[in-house]
Design a protein around this ligand. Structure first.
Ligand code: FAD
Length: 391
């Protein structure tokens, strides 16, 4: 029987939500343990595009309300952390791009006018031309308009690596997690037979939250999943591009991010409308054919003759929303010592941590300091999806 442990906060799930929260708590002096059943970042986090949104994209469909302004502060907070002077020391994490761009092919689309009518983004968008254009758009045949957004793009694998470092010895590989009750009250979790008592238990296991709640006999908060069918390609001819390409509708027609592969080539990772409903209905070869058509139409000068292609199906996990509108804030529900959260975006991990801190402060749960831990089985770190899929 493994030695029983006790901690201030027991976190379940080693995606961005759990890892960020864990690092913030440790920095504040709380004792923490984080249990992960597969690999660190291997859920949605390592499959994300790494854009630290400031809310600009959401203004496109009029969803940027007063409440959604939490997201507007995220680029500043992440920049400070990446510079080593913020709430976490993320110096050493690679920044892929200082900015994300908005790109309108051809003439000014109606939705772009609507976008600029939004007061929320007016001060955060600058037009760019000539040498300031993203490398992939610097071509005489390029006719569109491009705007620089105050949003950055981080290298998610290096982010996961740094947050795993900040977790010190507090990471625990977990195959089976069951509730630990005493006197009818939840006091902790049994992780692979090891009792871990905690003053707060935070479930931030992404899609895994639903199963964990069921094991606890709970059906609230309800979760929704949104399937996506992403496309990735690597080619010697690709140059970096970080941009939302506007279409006729409220959502970006295409969102392109670029990631360095181990063999030195750039990988373009394609999301946006391409990856949503109609894209989900396509099989992999149809989805690749559609992506080829989109790139052929939008960037005809890019030679894709030697490109290697793959698709990736992944579900986004979020709290259930009426009308399937996207939440613009992190979500945290509480029930006694149990907290359940979804950041809803990588960018909003700091907002989720704020909500947990507010709970601890309200209930006067003070840091007890990190006691020495025994040697614990450590979960591995996830590989970038393109290293696994693009052969
Ligand atoms: P996850 O990353 O899914 O992590 C959950 C972890 O919990 C996993 O490691 C899993 O193995 C573990 N787990 C599950 N069940 C259990 C269990 N029973 N016991 C122990 N561990 C368990 N957001 C942005 O801000 N910018 C973007 O550019 C962006 N792009 C995206 C692109 C795609 C294709 C997708 C799918 C999402 C994107 N997002 C983006 C959203 C963002 O990725 C997610 O909101 C965020 O990563 C969720 O983090 P998480 O930690 O809650 O969940």
């Amino acid at each position: 029987m493994s030695q029983a442990l006790s901690t201030d906060v027991l976190i379940v799930g080693g995606g961005i939500a759990g890892l960020w929260l864990n690092a913030r708590l440790r920095r504040a002096g709380y004792a923490t343990l984080l249990a992960e059943r597969a690999s660190l970042g291997g859920g949605q986090t390592v499959k994300s595009q790494g854009i630290i949104h400031g809310g600009a994209k959401y203004a496109l469909h009029g969803a940027l309300s007063g409440a959604s302004e939490a997201i507007a502060d995220m680029p500043r907070r992440w920049r400070a952390a990446l510079a080593g002077s913020g709430e976490l020391d993320l110096s050493g994490v690679s920044l892929l791009s200082e900015a994300h761009y908005l790109w309108s092919p051809g003439t000014l689309a109606g939705n772009l006018a609507g976008f600029f009518a939004s007061k929320a983004v007016r001060s955060r968008v600058d037009p760019v031309r000539g040498d300031d254009l993203p490398a992939a758009l610097q071509h005489p045949a390029f006719k569109g308009r491009v705007y620089r957004l105050n949003e950055l793009v981080v290298d998610v694998p290096s982010l996961i690596g740094r947050l795993a470092e900040l977790a010190g010895d507090g990471l625990l590989a977990a195959r089976e997690i069951v509730p630990l009750h005493e006197g009818g009250e939840l006091v902790g979790l049994l992780v692979d037979g090891r009792a871990i008592r905690a003053r707060r238990i935070v479930l931030c296991a992404g899609q895994g939250n639903a199963g964990l709640l069921a094991a606890l006999g709970l059906d609230r908060p309800a979760m929704q999943t949104r399937p996506l069918h992403m496309v990735m390609l690597a080619a010697p001819t690709l140059k970096p591009l970080y941009a939302h390409c506007l279409g006729g509708g409220p959502k970006p027609r295409l969102t392109v991010t670029s990631h360095p592969a181990a063999d030195g080539q750039w990988v373009w990772y394609l999301g946006g409308e391409l990856a949503e409903a109609e894209g989900v209905a396509r099989d992999a070869s149809q989805q690749i054919a559609q992506a080829r058509r989109e790139l052929g139409e939008l960037l005809p000068w890019v030679d894709l003759g030697e490109a290697r292609w793959a698709t990736l199906r992944v579900d986004r996990a979020e709290p259930a929303q009426s009308g399937l509108t996207r939440p613009d804030n992190a979500f945290l529900a509480e029930q006694g010592r149990l907290l359940v959260g979804w950041p809803t975006k990588l960018a909003l991990a700091p907002d989720l941590a704020d909500r947990v801190f507010a709970n601890l402060e309200r209930d006067a749960i003070r840091p007890s300091g990190q006691p020495p831990l025994p040697d614990l089985p450590r979960p591995p770190r996830a590989l970038p999806a393109w290293e696994e899929l693009l052969q």
